[in-house]
Write a protein that binds this ligand. Structure first.
Ligand code: NAP
Length: 249
């Protein structure tokens, strides 16, 4: 059993897939969870399900790629919640294509949504954590940011950028007992990967590179993330944890 001491967490991309699993797992540990997604419907449904199950949650629809919108949302949240102790930057998109065919729009939207969003949320939420002398920042990157992946120049660059950002945050905030770590998933069954997982030829090819010979579940990522958010993980910072069935070892 992990220890959480009535913490409050903000999880981006909590409307579906990995973010939803992280929000639900933290809520089961008694954490109050602010569920952020782009559409009000998805974060609303997740927050409602958590509340119905006896947990504490709030839904917040905000486009994480929109810096001023994130600033406004953060200001309102900090007025409502005495502390936001845990930040999980999980919202992400793909706009895949080989480099020669990749548009600047596809480059910019992936960098803005996956990487710049982490800069904005951290800038607004980490200061109160440093004042409180306790905090957890978890950035959900990808094995693509470690190994690279043909067709994902934008996504790999954003995910590698999250790793550099996290290591810097770990160094900047360590003296205040605020830790920052990365979880780097491999192939996990969510809406993002449905088209690969449901294609027998493509999925067989992918699984050739996965020693454990199966796709991961959102819960596999949520369990690692919950551990890194707990009291027990207080001496771990600046690290990258791949949860990928052994693919990137
Ligand atoms: P998903 O099923 O596509 O869900 C993405 C979530 O992010 C949704 O809730 C979506 O909101 C939210 N989101 C996207 N753009 C947003 C924006 N601009 N503002 C606010 N919210 C936004 O994705 P997933 O597979 O769970 O992936 C979660 C994270 O894990 C991503 O960062 C992804 O890169 C990373 N990852 C996934 C895999 C994998 O195999 N699935 C592997 C490696 C890394 P709505 O619900 O409103 O659309």
């Amino acid at each position: 059993m992990l220890t959480f001491n009535q913490r409050t967490a903000l999880v981006t991309g909590a409307g579906r897939g990995i973010g939803k699993a992280i929000a639900e797992t933290l809520a089961k540990h008694g954490v109050t969870v602010i569920c952020v997604s782009k559409s009000a419907e998805s974060c609303g449904a997740v927050a409602a399900a958590i509340t119905a199950a006896g947990g504490k949650a709030k839904a917040l629809a905000v486009d994480v790629a929109d810096g001023p919108a994130v600033a406004k949302a953060a200001e309102q949240l900090l007025a409502e919640f005495p502390t936001i102790d845990i930040l999980v930057n999980n919202a992400g998109i793909t706009r895949d294509g080989l480099l020669f065919r990749m548009s600047e729009d596809d480059w910019n939207s992936v960098l803005q949504t996956n990487l710049t969003s982490c800069f904005h949320w951290t800038k607004h939420l980490a200061r109160p954590m440093t004042r409180a002398r306790w905090g957890r920042i978890i950035n959900i990157a990808s094995v693509s940011g470690i190994m690279g992946n043909a067709g994902q120049a934008n996504y790999s660059a954003a995910k590698a950028g999250m790793i550099g950002l996290t290591k810097t945050l770990a160094r900047e905030f360590a003296s205040r007992s605020v830790t920052a770590n990365v979880v780097a998933p491999g192939f996990i069954k969510t809406d993002m990967t449905t088209e690969f997982v449901n294609n027998p030829e493509v999925s067989a090819k992918i699984l050739e590179a996965v020693p454990l010979k199966r796709f991961g579940e959102a819960a596999d990522i949520a369990n690692m993330t919950a551990y890194l958010c707990s009291e027990e993980a207080g001496y771990i910072t600046g690290q990258v944890f791949t949860v990928d069935g052994g693919m990137a070892m």
